[in-house]
Design a protein around this ligand. Sequence first.
Ligand SMILES: Nc1ncnc2c1ncn2[C@@H]1O[C@H](COP(=O)(O)OP(=O)(O)OP(=O)(O)O)[C@@H](O)[C@H]1O
Ligand SMILES: [Mg+2]
Length: 372
Amino acid sequence: MSSRLQAEHLYKVFGRRPDDAVERIRKGADREELREDGVTAAVIDASFSVAPGEIFVVMGLSGSGKSTLLRMLNGLLEPTSGRVSFDGRDLTALDDRELREVRARKISMVFQHFALFPHRSVRENAAYGLEVQGVPRAERERRADEALALCGLAGWESSWPDELSGGMQQRVGLARALATDADLLLMDESFSALDPLIRRDMQDQLLELQKTLKKTIVFITHDLNEAMRLGDRIAVMRDGRIVQTGTAEDILLRPADDYVASFTKDVDRSRVLTAESVMDTEVRGDEADCGCETADPATPFTQLCALSARLSHPVAVVAGGEGEGGERRLVGVVPRQRLVGFLGGRPGTEGGEPVPCDRPGDARGEKVISRA
Ligand SMILES: Nc1ncnc2c1ncn2[C@@H]1O[C@H](COP(=O)(O)OP(=O)(O)OP(=O)(O)O)[C@@H](O)[C@H]1O
Ligand SMILES: [Mg+2]
């Protein structure tokens, strides 16, 4: 995988003699021991890389080290140990002037409470990053207006910040980040202060924008539902360490430990799972000509449920065919009961009529995988 941004064995220790603390951690000391000595190991041995155009989410509870990690990614904090590279350049080796240049042109931050300048118009606020770069007024206003329009704020350019709702102000923050053309966006709990509906709306808007803008985004949140909605991949942090990195599906179906699993209890699984993640692959074949409606591996869970409800037999999951070249192949089946199991319900309680079937493995009463 090519990478835009790479973190290699990053450590950040606050307190006295941080280098010694890193050594102690490497030798097995834990965070609590250090804390007794007044030293905080905020980030411990964090490594990951973010691909161009990817939304990489860092998820963890308060105090787990997310903001500290993010500040090392744009050079606001110097790692105690480890390396950050951006487009192949070692950020940790840049001098102050080079670093300021990278931060002004290549990287934008969007914070939780975006502080707008109260005595500047919405347009001037959105243009602020460009002003810092020294872009002439006419151009920066044009670009600010474009970014505001992308964020759904066309018509508000001349308003004052206090005429906007909290959600709209947050969108001005996003517009400011987009206007600069920086293609690495670092977003620290950018939507956390918004009420749930507006928050959903902002998430949708970000995903929509991302389809065309294809920025590289590191997004921080303490909400796993948000992480799963937005993230191409998610890193889960606990006590300064990244304990798992994976897709939403990995985290949901294959949590690395009980800690990660405990987060997934509140997740709306139906939004994450697809036919591929729930199908039984014991049954597969070269051709898939059952003459009835089928699902493909990417069919979302909710659609799969609707399809399953229409059919009197398990749903066949078929891959290949049109556009992909090659034959259509049966890659798995989804008996109705299996859907219930994946939602975290008790298997076998769904009732319903017996399912006519003539394929092996279609039989009901199979073991249902359930972690909840
Ligand atoms: N400048 C600092 N000096 C000393 N300790 C710090 C500093 N910044 C952060 N910490 C400590 O490092 C740990 C991680 O903090 P950080 O802000 O990165 O967590 P977070 O995951 O972003 O939390 P939140 O969700 O509350 O924003 C905390 O224990 C915090 O007290
Ligand atoms: Mg934070």
